[in-house]
Design a protein around this ligand. Structure first.
Ligand SMILES: *Cc1c(COP(=O)(O)O)cnc(C)c1O
Length: 449
């Protein structure tokens, strides 16, 4: 009975996969405030040329520079594991596999893109990077990348997370980054927000505005985003490419692939390489899982909206709850973004990717069951994908179908134990974002497209 399916370092993928090559129609372009497609110069103020090229590329394969593959080898290829004990506990005939992205130094999938982003910026002569972070996972991952590649990193950390996750902050500082609680008084975007809402818990949208404003204002500084953009989705496909080979080692192929969805990158990472098979006619269901408190894919609209709260970024066509949506302080900090990746959104809109929203208590219940069977304490974000997988496995127990289920364990929860504490003490609640509040926020959508 094999538990771990391991690839040797020699099997580390040599290319990232670009799903654009297999989409049913070309992706709608980012638009400027005038409603016209943005020129690439607009992006050049904050991104290096190579990443802009990847952002707009339609090439199926993008070669991974050898120096990046060398750094990936610190923790990749990551294991694919069969969840024998979880299957037993569920009494299901389903075969459950998880791809363990929690083994990276930062504890999540995010270094898969922070490393290449830092590398391409360095190659373009950039000295500093700014970014935002919610739960702290992305800030840690960029801090790690900055440290390994010799770039300064400044992180705007959403205030509620800054207060709830002091050890994520220490970890960023260990890797040499500067960290501020956002909104700050360092930027116009931060000062404006504080004037209107002095007690704001902050949001990813506001923190993005701050980081972008600083990067746009300094020639030696660029901005790095941990999710949402096309190039980030491409970088993460290293996950699904490895998983495809590992499923073959296991002699199986998934009927369903699950990933939690905040900005969409870990979902895209595991699912897009299987989408390539689906586009070629193979039957495989791809399921993006989100919280009922921030139901971007299931209750948002597919429309052009800003990526940040104050409207500094180009307009992206994506599922959105409105750029000034401030989600409640739920515990899966990494899933509290108002939008979702344009590439994931387009596939959901085309009916090629499914989306499901799961309430908070069910996700923690799933996380605890996973920890008590498989041993790993999952990140609160990852528990969403696990909960959806458990739902499907229970369905198999009813029907007797031996489905093959593959789930992305996007990270571990070692820095999120205060959230588990609240779950154990019974102080966590389910929260469904009210439809009226969504309708109100959607009224502020820019009128284009
Ligand atoms: C950031 C994060 C997420 C959410 O971001 P995506 O871009 O949707 O992947 C999910 N899981 C973990 C562990 C994270 O750190």
């Amino acid at each position: 009975m094999t538990t771990k399916f391991l690839l040797p370092e020699s099997e580390l993928p040599t290319h990232w996969y670009n799903v654009v090559a297999d989409l049913p129609s070309p992706p709608p372009p980012p638009l400027g405030p005038d409603g016209k497609p943005v020129g690439l110069e607009a992006l050049a103020a904050i991104f290096p040329p190579a990443l802009i090229e990847q952002e707009v590329s339609a090439e199926r394969w993008i070669a991974i520079p050898e120096e990046i593959r060398e750094i990936y080898r610190l923790w990749r290829p990551t294991p694919l594991q069969r969840a024998h004990r979880l299957e037993q506990a569920l009494g299901t005939p389903a075969r459950i596999y998880y791809k363990n992205e929690s083994v990276s130094p930062a504890g999540s999938h995010k270094p898969n893109t922070s490393i290449p982003q830092a590398w391409y910026n360095k190659a373009a002569g950039i000295r500093r990077l700014t970014t935002e972070t919610g739960a702290g996972q992305w800030g840690c991952s960029l801090a790690l990348a900055g440290q390994l590649l010799g770039l300064e990193v400044r992180v705007y950390m959403v205030r509620v997370s800054y207060e709830q996750k002091p050890y994520r902050r220490s970890m960023m500082q260990t890797w040499g980054a500067e960290v501020f609680a956002s909104p700050t008084t360092l930027t116009n975007a931060g000062r404006q927000t504080l004037e209107k809402h002095p007690d704001t818990p902050g949001s990813l949208g506001i923190a993005i505005s701050e980081a972008v404003e600083e990067a746009a204002g300094r020639a030696d500084t660029n901005y790095a985003l941990g999710s949402v953009l096309n190039h980030v989705m491409h970088h993460q496909t290293i996950i699904g490419q490895e998983a495809r080979k590992q499923m073959a080692l296991a002699g199986d192929y998934p009927d369903m692939v699950f990933g939690c969805c905040g900005g969409g990158s870990n979902f895209a990472g595991i699912a897009f390489p299987f989408f390539a098979d689906k586009a070629a006619g193979k039957a495989v269901r791809l399921v993006a899982v989100e919280p009922t408190s921030c139901p971007t894919l299931t209750k948002g609209v597919y429309a052009y909206d800003y990526g940040d709260a104050t409207g500094l970024t180009p307009l992206l066509k994506m599922h959105t709850l409105g750029h000034d949506f401030v989600p409640p302080g739920i515990h899966a900090g990494g899933l509290r973004y108002h939008g979702a990746a344009p590439l994931v959104s387009q596939l959901v809109d085309a009916g090629l990717v499914e989306a499901v929203a799961i309430p908070q208590l069910e996700t923690f219940e799933a996380g605890v069951q996973f920890a008590r069977t498989e041993g790993i304490v999952p990140a609160p974000e990852s528990t969403h994908a696990i909960a959806a997988t458990i739902r499907a496995a229970k369905e198999c127990a009813k029907t007797g179908e031996p489905k093959v289920l593959l789930v992305n364990l996007s990270g571990h929860g070692h820095f999120d134990m205060s959230s588990y504490d609240r779950y154990f003490s019974g102080s966590l609640q389910n929260y469904e974002y009210p439809d009226e509040a969504i309708t109100e926020s959607l009224r502020q959508l820019p009128k284009v497209g």
